[in-house]
Design a protein around this ligand. Sequence first.
Ligand code: SF4
Length: 225
Amino acid sequence: MATEVKIKEIFESIQGESPFVGTKQLFIRFCGCNLNCDYCDTNFDAKDAVSYTAESLVKKIQNNYDLKRIHSVSLTGGEPLLHAQFINEFVHFLPDIKIYLETNATLTDELLNVKDKIDIISADIKLPSSAGKDTFDLHDKFLENCNGIYTFAKIVFDKNITDEEIKTCANLGEKHNIVLILQPKMDGNKMSVDNDFCQNILNKFLNIYPNTRLIPQVHKFLNLR
Ligand code: SF4
């Protein structure tokens, strides 16, 4: 029997984070998450979500969106890798479009289940000072297994970021040879830290790992989802 999952929302928008900022994407938000970050403001509960099989979800998006103008389909959440089996089935029906996985980078076994279906990985590296938990070892193992796929890591920070965290993240970036994207935590539509603080944090990263960029959440400045 085909796997069914609950999808919280499907929408077209502009990617507002990452090296792919500005690209048009179709976002598919999965329900549920295995983490519980202090700063999480995403509604991914199953209330009001709609159940789909892989085939019915593909039909839904083919009937409602012009995929020719879409750069990629973003699988987001919650944590989409909680639904690895479904992702395998879903992507099978969509061979001609790039698949962009937004993940908290902690579920390595699940990644290995879908790896050959994914084109781009946006992996979060969570900071204990802002997310409230230490998941560095899980990120290290996850990133070790992203080889062969274009991968970058996003680091949400606030005023509590420590020098030790900066060193750990920069070392992870260097070890796995990936772009690091520093993203100031937002309070509503405003950055929670000022420009000088951001520059200072970026410089500290650059002193250790030059392949680091600072990109605020552009979609919030544009008033987009
Ligand atoms: S991993 Fe993402 S979706 Fe899950 S709790 Fe943390 S911020 Fe929220």
